[in-house]
Design a protein around this ligand. Structure first.
Ligand code: DQA
Length: 147
């Protein structure tokens, strides 16, 4: 039996992990982070797929197709989190259980990072836990998907 599938979507500048401020984002590259998240998913019996884009429209188009392909979403949209109502609306269209993840503690940083326009559409939100936050998000989705 295959488990539920979760898509992990990374937005703008997340492909630059490894070159970004290690105090906030750690030292892993995105590929290294994805390997760890894949292991977490394997442990939990979930199938996982990854997507990253620096193009907001492409990110929205992925969300438009998400319901055809997956059961749940983990989103780290990067800076789009704080102002992209286009991603908010695309997530609403996707109508899937979603958890928002941020590597850094966004609520403890600059004022402008404290607003998340997607949080109201998410079943959970994890921040400031680095890569371990993704495990927590997968656990939340597993519970939610009930498989
Ligand atoms: C981030 C936090 C955002 O404020 C920032 O713009 C990012 C990464 C995080 O994972 O901590 O690019 O989403």
């Amino acid at each position: 039996m295959t488990g539920s599938r979760v898509d992990v979507l990374h937005g703008v500048n997340l492909d630059m992990l490894g070159r970004r401020d290690p105090d906030h984002y750690g030292t892993l590259t995105l590929t290294e982070l994805e390997v760890k998240v894949k292991h977490f998913a394997d442990d939990l019996g979930l199938d996982v797929a990854f997507f990253q884009s620096n193009h907001e429209g492409q990110f929205c188009e992925w969300l438009h197709r998400a319901a055809e392909n997956t059961d749940g979403l983990i989103l780290n949209p990067g800076a789009w989190t704080h102002y992209s109502w286009a991603i908010h609306d695309a997530l609403e269209i996707a109508a899937l259980p979603a958890v928002e993840v941020h590597l850094s503690a966004v609520d403890e940083r600059e004022e402008w990072r404290r607003l998340s326009v997607i949080r109201e559409l998410c079943v959970g939100s994890v921040q400031g836990k680095g890569v371990d936050g993704y495990r927590e998000a997968l656990e939340m989705l597993k519970e939610r998907l009930g498989k």
